[in-house]
Design a protein around this ligand. Sequence first.
Ligand code: DAH
Length: 345
Amino acid sequence: MDSIHALESLAPDLEKGLSQASSLQELEELRVAFLGRKGKLAQIMASLPQIEPDKRPLVGKKANEIKEKLGALFDARKAFLDKAAEEAALSRFDPTVPGRAPWRGTLHPITLVMSEVVSILENLGYDVATGPEVETDYHNSEALNMPKDHPARDMQDTLYISPSVLLRTHTSPMQVRSMLARKPPLAVIAPGKVYRRDSDLTHTPMFHQIEGLLVDRGVSFADLRGTLTALVRQIFGADTRVRFRPSFFPFTEPSAEVDISCVLCKGAGHVNGEPCRVCKQTGWVEILGCGAVDPNVFKAVNIDSEEWTGFAFGMGVERIAMLKYGASDLRMFFENDIRFLHQFR
Ligand code: DAH
């Protein structure tokens, strides 16, 4: 009965070894020594053939019991060591250390300027209208008093989709769409994307404009002046001076371009004795185009120009954003450099 005795002594031996094992590696060494292919249990089992045949089942049964017991001892010790390791790790965890702040996105500067201008004009009573970027030549040019051979068409490099369908070159076709959709009086603004075959330092093939149109009885150029002065002073500050310069647009008569006093030098033309880089020393920067709605445009949309009068204006959003934020390169708005975008909160 030596084998039985030997088997029975395995468990206390292992227990003793385990109680001194403090790492997974020591645990593994013990496992190999006791349960491995050439371990203590295997060695005892190897002597089975020398045992009297009628005793063999008893020894075999005992061996299985012991094997199971040894396994349980290993599991218990492993669980104990794992738990101790976890507790040690937890004791190094400091719940009072501030967490890492999650990344917060920001609105794009163009979106910010666009919504600022839109909300100022909404407060003045304008409704927002949106329309197609893929536009007909009729809405984009013809109804705006630019017939096919009109030289004004050369002013804009148009991206054509077919001879009569194009990517709108300005938001002005929304004047036509608004007047076809609604009877006057009306006050509409149309913010959106426009496209031109143009790409250099100061031009991108896609940019944004905001169009304004007001049609009512007895609208005068003074109303236009008042509206635009209020608008630019809310955008650029109450001390901003405004200048209307005679200009030409086919869809307005008379037409004007509006300048504001330079946002950088405040009209002085120089900053700290240096020539102002924003206004090139003129003291003024151009900001938008406008005018009284041309009777030919009213005619195209069946509005009686004897009864109704109106004004329209159109501005480039990127231009306003550059002036407002002092950005010197238009391309910054389209490169999506996180370091640039992140400054606009
Ligand atoms: N559509 C013109 C452009 O893209 C801007 C413009 C000028 C719009 C005068 C107007 C206006 O409504 O009255 O250059």
